[in-house]
Design a binder for this molecule. Structure first.
Ligand code: HEC
Length: 290
């Protein structure tokens, strides 16, 4: 195996090892930061939902509560406002999801699915829990889902959610007497469940890996060409000439010109030493001839 092949195998191995190490590391780091970004988007959606809730409670409910005795206006209800506003938001960002999942909901659309019910169960078992995070695989891909507990902290909520008799009759007419009642003060009745696709994180990490691999390929190519040129010029060509000259001299052919390489590197000193040896040999031979 020639020097060049040996050198190139080592170069290729080093490059491959470096590439695998760097791409794995950057995949992990980029993906982690992308997941943090998704968490941040979810926190923003949550913060916005809370703002809509307090706007509705403070500004809309007082305006419309009297009208509810004549005709129930769901627009005055916090959850209705939050969901309607989120539906509009979702037209621009269809990949995000928001749901106020409640074990016994007024609106059947808010009934939890199996994993939402499980998260609500976790909040009911441990009141100190502030949020629960889950990664959920669906037909549409992998989603990061974060749930925040909904606890009844105000007596006012029970005006509509305690018994059908206590609730505005117009509301019972609209929603029926079977769901969304029997909630108690201090009870965690459900959770705000916000989900965002994980595919963004994977996509960003894969893009970084692709850029890194392309970068490595370019660097490898440059290092390969430059070091091979250098190897040829500085080592391989002079060594080949020196060995050819030495071979001819060893056969008694002193007509070949001396090879000398300017410079102070190892190859130059090898050439000089061989030339000295050749001259000694030539002198010794001529003495024998005499
Ligand atoms: C004026 C009556 C009324 C009051 C007061 C009221 N709600 Fe509701 N609530 C409703 C109605 C009606 C719905 C169903 C709205 C819809 O169509 O999505 C609802 C829905 C909800 C939902 C979504 C799940 C479900 O049941 O469909 C939650 C959570 C909720 N309310 C919590 C509260 C909390 C917490 C309070 C007190 C801060 C409160 N509500 C006060 C009438 C009321």
């Amino acid at each position: 195996m020639g020097l060049r092949l040996k050198y190139n195998i080592v170069l290729l191995l080093a490059c491959l090892l470096g590439m695998v190490g760097a791409t794995t590391l950057s995949y992990v780091v980029v993906r982690k930061s992308a997941v943090e970004d998704i968490h941040q988007s979810i926190d923003l959606i949550h913060g916005n939902a809370l703002a809509v809730r307090s706007y509705t409670v403070d500004n809309i409910t007082p305006l419309l509560s009297d009208d509810n005795d004549i005709l129930f206006l769901p627009e005055s209800v916090v959850s209705f406002a939050t969901r309607t506003i989120f539906d509009t938001f979702q037209k621009q960002f269809p990949e995000f999801g928001y749901k106020e999942a409640v074990l016994d909901p007024t609106n059947p659309a808010d009934r939890p699915n199996a994993f939402e019910a499980e998260m609500i169960g976790q909040f009911r078992d441990d009141p100190s829990l502030e949020k629960v995070t889950k990664v959920v695989d669906t037909d549409e891909g992998r989603f990061l889902t974060v749930a925040f507990p909904i606890t009844i902290t105000q007596q006012g909520c029970l005006a509509c959610h305690s018994t059908p008799e206590a609730a505005p009759p117009t509301m019972v007419d609209l929603y029926g007497p079977d769901n969304g009642f029997g909630w108690r003060l201090g009870e965690t009745i459900g959770a705000q469940v916000i989900s965002a696709p994980m595919s963004v994180a994977n996509k960003r990490a894969m893009e970084t890996v692709a850029v890194l691999i392309a970068g490595f390929a370019v660097i490898f190519l440059l290092v390969f060409i430059m070091t091979n040129l250098l190897l040829s010029r500085i080592v391989l060509r002079p060594v080949r000439l020196i060995s050819e000259t030495a071979r001819k001299v060893s056969l008694g052919d002193f007509s070949v010109p001396e090879y000398s390489k300017p410079g102070k590197d190892e190859i130059s000193s090898l050439a000089t030493s061989l030339n000295l040896m050749r001259r000694s040999l030539e002198r010794a031979m001529s003495m024998i001839d005499v």
